[in-house]
Write a protein that binds this ligand. Structure first.
Ligand SMILES: [Fe+2]
Length: 264
């Protein structure tokens, strides 16, 4: 254990308490003070994220190669030391006060902001028992680094895309723990479905627009997602039919972890 950590934690708590009176999240997570505090821990990582984004946009990395690279890069973050700067109880209270379901707060890290690459970063919370309903993306790559909780993910490759429907290839049903990354792109795990099974889950997300590698038949809905209803059961060839549905229907059918657990 780093003997300096309690001191830093104390300082950070003071910073967060001050920030709480001014509008907690944006100041606590987006302030220069926070960025400066975590800079030694995140500088090399941020440079790596920017390099990967550049290589991805220049197509010297495929979407799948970007997924593999960012998972490896995230594994180099000294996660537990970084987490000592984040007051999760306060963050949970602030985000949950916005209402039920998932929430996010944009986190702006100066090395990424000045990199010339458009890289979207945010902290997400998914309350215990809730789900991020099954959805797909068009020309997007995302990586979720788990900061707290057990993040269960069911993922699918999108092997066919037609107006109002998709065909999916089930890929994975796995639990991701603190420090682990689950990622997705047009190549792999393009459709996904998440739950916070036993506790709230916090993730740190990096998202990039992909070069327009594919032409899709289904436009995105809310938050750049295409909400889908995977059919129960698989076809004889092992694939799964999925209908495109609207956000409200998606939430009512798939908004809870229990829906995920009942799916076969
Ligand atoms: Fe997604």
């Amino acid at each position: 254990m780093d003997p300096a950590a309690p001191t830093r934690r104390h300082v950070t708590q003071g910073l967060l308490q001050t920030a709480a009176t001014l509008g907690f999240l944006r100041l606590a997570l987006g302030s220069n003070a926070f960025a400066a505090a975590v800079k030694p821990l995140t500088e090399a990582w941020a440079g790596g994220v920017a390099d990967l984004a550049r290589d991805f946009r220049q197509r010297s990395l495929s979407p799948l190669q970007w997924q593999q690279a960012i998972a490896g890069l995230n594994a180099t973050v000294p996660i537990h030391e970084l987490l000592s700067y984040i007051d999760f109880a306060r963050l949970k209270t602030a985000l949950e006060s916005r209402g039920p379901g998932e929430h996010f707060e944009r986190v702006r890290l100066p090395p990424l902001e000045t990199s010339g690459q458009r890289i979207w970063t945010a902290i997400f919370i998914l309350p215990q028992g809730d789900a991020i309903p099954p959805h797909a993306h068009n020309n997007l790559a995302t990586a979720h680094l788990v900061l707290q909780g057990r993040f269960r993910a069911r993922t699918f490759d999108r092997v066919e895309d037609a107006p109002g429907r998709m065909v999916l290839k089930p890929n994975m049903d796995a639990v991701f723990h603190v420090g682990e990354t689950v990622s997705m792109s047009d190549d792999c795990d393009n459709a996904h479905w998440f739950i916070a099974e036993n506790s709230p889950v916090f993730t740190f997300d990096v998202s990039l627009r992909s070069p327009d590698l594919r032409q899709y038949q289904n436009p995105t809905d809310r938050d750049g997602r295409i909400f889908i209803a995977p059919a129960d059961g698989r076809r004889n060839d092992g694939l799964v039919e999925a209908a495109v549905i609207d956000y409200g229907t998606s939430l009512s059918r798939f908004g809870k972890a229990a829906n995920f657990l009942m799916y076969r």
